[in-house]
Design a protein around this ligand. Structure first.
Ligand code: ATP
Ligand code: PH2
Length: 178
């Protein structure tokens, strides 16, 4: 992994040398006023320092995927994906994502449990990281139609680094997400 890139230049989020990069952020919500939460979270992303643009797809409805598979009885999700133009280093950006989740009442309980807001960093340019605290690209993105679908809407030529074109990945999914 490129640890220096993933962690930023010794944590200095305002290093003017850090290049502008497109980060792909997935948003999901299945508790509370989901649409309002997603809307506000997108605005929060736009207010991050060193961030010049946030472009998101219209949110889609999706069935909750739990550790036991899709669960139509669980509260449904609203999902979207935002392309974020930023000079924040990846780990600094992840810190902001966690802060935005917390601001919207995210509680970390069981894995893949219901949540007011989930923000995942799907990709950060071409950066690859095997640090468990920040895996890049996100290791489950290719299996998630609720990520690939909205991503394709904002970027029809999107590529999941090291994996392949998003349109092909979406086509390969036979109907279900995970
Ligand atoms: N690319 C990434 N984006 C977001 N979190 C990540 C990433 N890579 C590793 N993590 C780590 O994963 C931990 C758990 O994240 P989170 O609670 O959002 O998982 P989850 O949404 O329940 O599951 P999933 O990761 O499958 O979406 C976080 O503390 C974070 O440090
Ligand atoms: N439909 C849907 N299911 C999920 C989602 C999500 O965003 N949408 N996120 C999860 C953990 O990140 C687990 N399950």
């Amino acid at each position: 992994m490129n640890r220096r890139l993933a962690q930023g230049y010794q944590g200095d989020s305002r290093d003017p040398e850090h290049p502008e990069t497109t980060a792909v952020v997935a948003l999901g919500a299945n508790l509370g006023d989901r649409a309002a939460t997603i809307d506000e979270a997108l605005r929060d992303l736009g207010r991050m320092p060193l961030t010049t643009e946030v472009r998101a797809a219209a949110p889609i409805e999706s069935v909750a995927v739990t550790v036991d598979g899709p669960d139509a009885d669980a509260p449904g999700y609203l999902n979207t994906v935002a392309l974020v133009t930023t000079r924040l280093a990846p780990s600094v950006l992840l810190g902001y994502l966690h802060a935005i989740e917390a601001r919207h009442g995210r509680e970390r309980r069981e894995r893949w449990g219901d949540r007011t807001l989930d923000l995942d960093l799907i990709a950060y340019g071409e950066v690859r990281s095997s640090d468990p605290g920040l895996l890049l690209p996100h290791p489950r993105a290719a299996e998630r139609d609720f990520v690939l679908g909205p991503w394709l809407v904002v970027d029809p030529d999107a590529v999941l680094p090291g994996v392949g074109r998003v349109d092909a990945l979406l086509e390969n999914l036979s109907g279900g997400g995970s």
